[in-house]
Design a protein around this ligand. Sequence first.
Ligand code: FE2
Ligand code: FE2
Length: 312
Amino acid sequence: MTTLTDADAVDGLRDALGLLKDREQVAERLLESSARHSFDPDEELDWEAPFEEGKWFWPPELVSLYDTPMWRRMSEEQRILLSRHEAAALASLGIWFELILMQLLVRHIYDKAATSAHVRYALTEIEDECRHSKMFARVITRSGTPWYPVARVHQNLGRLFKTISTTPGSFTATLLGEEVLDWMQRLTFPDERVQPLIRGVTRIHVVEEARHVRYAREELRRQMVTAPRWSQEFTRLTSGEFARVFSVAFVNPEVYTQVGLDRREAVAQVKASGHRRDVMQQGSRRLTDFLDDIGVLRGAGRRLWKSSGLLA
Ligand SMILES: [Fe+2]
Ligand SMILES: [Fe+2]
């Protein structure tokens, strides 16, 4: 066992100051990038253009039922209709995440100097998320699809979480919400089989989210060094639990009913689908590699991650 000496204490202080300086530099760069590449979706996208016959609303391989026995029985038209409803369900989920995130960011900066670049960037990110949530709401309406709220129990878990979560817990949840959807959107916007409006929405989101992911990652990396040990441990456990909720809440099963499928059967087939498991694991890989690297995926938390199906 080692004891803390004055030299260690000075080193610790120097590290902490270094981290704070680093935090300001990262935020300054993100502010510059925001000033250069931010979009107003209402101006940027053609919302009135009619949808194109035979085009998808989400790449078929990323639709939950893809390659299941049920999928093989569906007509092309019904598959495309399902992609339309899943895109709306994911947009609804995106709004849920963004509302939680905005509150977490407001709590994160509440006690910090508003003149710092770190706080100014958090405010900029909130502005981005406001535009995104309005953009997602508009695309749901334009697609003639319903609003797909998450289940009551998840809605209430979110309410509790956004009220009491710790800083590292908040940034872990943020990354989970942002990175998996981001991975899907990166495959969606360049895909010529997909409706131009959906491609435009996902392109804007990918460009602006890249900064959010950077901000959350850098902050979480610092937090996993500086936060008290109990808080780091708590982050490991809660992140495993988010992963579990996230994998269940990802697609609202009401989409199956809306396109005329048997809901229970569809849910069972998605659960049994090897293709779907691969998609979700691939979508999570960049995140799980990072979380592993900074020490979040350990112990009981790691087991929860595995049981969510997101970690191989
Ligand atoms: Fe967003
Ligand atoms: Fe974001």
